[in-house]
Design a protein around this ligand. Structure first.
Ligand code: PRP
Length: 215
């Protein structure tokens, strides 16, 4: 008897924002495209030019969760997000080499206050904790959700931990990078259980991603 067709449907979770355009270009290199009119941000589950492959458009921090629970078999997500993710059930087979940037500590150009315990503002709490713990430095973490550059300027924190690509955002806000924590790029992630159940389809897709990255 023939296998149920639905077994071979593959959902790829991608996120709007920083990595979206480059994710779409990479998918296009695999021959997986989405009609322009579907990219206006309202439709969240999109059919693609490849039968059996659909895209799920979600917040970047939700990508690992959707893949962990197998709602999406594959995901394209920044290493910065994966470093904050506290779950399991996913493999990370390919460094896609897109949306490259660095996770860095930055301070105000005109110096910091002299607090006994340094205050660090960030949304990258786990990576920041790990970084300062490795240095044996006790810091006070202030969790923010965006516009972190303001924190040292307004005296909320002594430094921030944030992504730096061109460095323009730091510069525009009078900040300078002082410590490099990690190089960041997008990764392909895959649900571990799906890797067994849809093995042939997923292995083939992963190989296509690898080939597209080499080009
Ligand atoms: C990131 C980061 C900086 C900016 C750095 O924000 O938080 O604000 O990019 O880029 P640059 O060095 O090229 O100026 P992102 O665009 O990912 O959005 P976010 O503010 O939601 O994190």
């Amino acid at each position: 008897m023939k296998k149920k067709a639905s077994l071979d449907v593959i959902t790829i979770a991608v996120s709007k924002g920083r990595v979206f355009e480059e994710s779409l270009s990479l998918l296009a290199a695999l021959g997986i495209t989405v009609p322009e009119e579907d990219l206006d941000g309202r439709k969240l589950l999109l059919s693609t030019s490849r039968p059996g492959v659909r895209l799920l458009i979600i917040r970047s921090r939700d990508v690992p969760t959707y893949v962990q629970y197998g709602v999406a078999e594959l995901g394209i997500v920044g290493k910065d997000v994966l470093m904050e993710f506290n779950g399991d059930g996913i493999y990370e087979p390919v460094d896609l080499g897109i949306a490259k940037c660095r996770l860095m500590v930055a301070v105000a150009e005109d110096g910091t206050e002299n607090r006994r315990r340094m205050r660090v503002a960030t949304k990258y709490v786990r990576s920041t904790q790990r970084h300062f713990a490795q240095k044996g430095q006790q810091v006070e973490l202030i969790k923010l959700y965006g516009s972190m550059e303001l924190a040292p300027v307004l005296g909320l924190a002594d430094c921030i931990v944030d992504l730096v690509a061109t460095g323009n955002t730091l510069k525009a806000n009078g900040l300078v990078p002082v410590e490099h924590i990690s190089d960041i790029s997008c990764r392909l992630i895959v649900n571990k259980a799906a890797m067994k159940i849809k093995s042939d389809t997923l292995k083939s897709l992963i190989e296509q991603f690898k080939q597209a990255v080499k080009k």
